[in-house]
Structure formats: C-alpha cells, structure tokens
Design a protein around this ligand. Structure first.
Ligand SMILES: [Cu+2]
Length: 115
C-alpha cells in the first residue's frame, strides 16, 4: 500500500495519527497486479465512509456494499477511490490491512501509530 509492504514494528511519517483529532484517509484501488476488490480492515478505530468515487463491479456486488454508519471494514472495488474519516481515541500501534488472507500474508498490511 502506497508502494510499501508490511513492516512488523515500523510505520511511515504519514502513518502517524494524532490522538483525539479527526483524520481523513483516502484509499484508491489502482495498484499494480490483477484488478480486484479488496476488503480493507482498520484496527482500533471506527470510521465513516465520506465518499466513494468510480470503481468497477457487477451491479449485484455494488448493491450489497454498505457504507452507512460506523465501520471497521470496507470493500473497495477495482478502480474505486474511497475517502473515510475517524478520530483515534486510543494511543498505540494499530494495523490496517486487506482481509483477503492471500493478500495480507503477502504484505498488504501496514501499521499506523496513534499518539
Ligand atoms: Cu486484497
């Protein structure tokens, strides 16, 4: 993600989040490799989906996606861009990753730091 693979203990400068202040993340599913949806999970926070733009999927898949309310996981379609927002309430090191086991096992997982 963002050209980075999993690093067990590390995180990048842009993965450092302030405690108690709202942040917004944008995920865009336009990376290399086979075009496919990814079920993305963020640990330690609950977020709201603010915006979905683009994306390609069969209508019945798109119709089954729920964006309303608080979430800890979201499906991002191939070619889609999603903006979400949350306010970190607990300090520490948390992970965000694709919930497809093959993907997370191959490094589609990162840490973010709060505090
Ligand atoms: Cu994935």
């Amino acid at each position: 993600m963002n050209g980075r693979s999993f690093d067990m203990t590390g995180f990048a400068d842009d993965e450092r989040m302030p405690l108690g202040k709202p942040v917004s993340w944008t995920f865009t599913n336009d990376g290399p490799g086979m075009a496919m949806p990814h079920p993305m999970h963020v640990h330690g926070v609950r977020f709201r989906i603010l915006e979905r733009v683009g994306g390609e999927a069969a209508d019945d898949l798109r119709e089954g996606i729920v964006s309303a309310g608080f979430n800890d996981t979201f499906m991002i379609l191939s070619g889609e861009s999603i903006r979400l927002a949350f306010t970190p309430t607990e300090p520490g090191l948390f992970m965000y990753h694709c919930h497809n086991l093959e993907h997370e096992d191959s490094g589609m997982m990162r840490n973010f730091h709060v505090g």
